[in-house]
Design a binder for this molecule. Structure first.
Ligand SMILES: CC(C)(COP(=O)(O)OP(=O)(O)OC[C@H]1O[C@@H](n2cnc3c(N)ncnc32)[C@H](O)[C@@H]1OP(=O)(O)O)[C@@H](O)C(=O)NCCC(=O)NCCS
Length: 155
């Protein structure tokens, strides 16, 4: 019988093929393009101010098979008001088949550990779709989110 395990780890260049479909499914307002994704992925995984995590499911059979079922993208930037850096989670996505098993929580907790180590004053994010997920993880509603688009979102 196969033993299924889950590991949350930093992304490597070899992960891009498996992260790409998750990015495509995550995007609601823009349509990610494969070439732009590949370039951003390689750039972002190499940046010290950026964290790219993947959640990998491993099934230990005769031949070990592994599958990336989630990813998270976060970054830190400096501020005056918080006396130093703050962290923002930009994207978190768990494949439909793996939801409700703590994968999203593991990704967020790993991002929080990274942000604390920076050290960032807090971790924040904007979310329209997943408020209850973040509330379950101890996040509180804060400022309203405003944006002005330079590239039109898809209709
Ligand atoms: C939101 C998302 C990342 C959650 O991932 P997940 O792996 O299913 O979440 P977990 O299993 O780790 O759940 C952690 C906690 O959040 C709660 N939770 C998760 N999704 C929830 C939802 N849609 N509504 C209410 N609570 C939710 C769980 O009940 C759990 O609470 P508990 O630990 O107290 O039982 C996943 O549903 C997803 O990828 N959605 C599509 C993309 C998206 O909306 N991303 C966030 C946009 S910023």
């Amino acid at each position: 019988m196969a033993t299924v395990g889950m590991e949350t780890r930093r992304a490597t260049p070899n992960d891009s093929d498996q992260v790409w479909p998750l990015v495509r499914d995550f995007a609601a307002s823009y349509e990610p393009l494969p070439g732009a994704f590949e370039q951003s992925f390689l750039d972002l995984i190499g940046r010290p101010d950026t964290l790219v995590l993947v959640a990998e499911e491993t099934a230990e059979t005769a031949e070990t098979v592994s599958r990336i079922v989630g990813y998270l993208l976060a970054n830190v930037h400096g501020t005056f008001f918080a006396n130093g850096p703050v962290a923002w989670v930009e994207e978190v996505m768990v494949d439909k088949s793996a939801r409700g098993r703590g994968v999203g929580r593991d990704l967020m907790e790993a991002a929080e550990a990274w942000a604390r180590a920076v050290p960032a004053a807090y971790v924040a994010l904007a979310s329209r779709r997943a408020g209850d997920f973040y509330r379950a993880l101890g996040y509180e509603d804060s400022a309203t989110y405003f944006r002005k688009t330079f590239v039109p979102p898809r209709a």
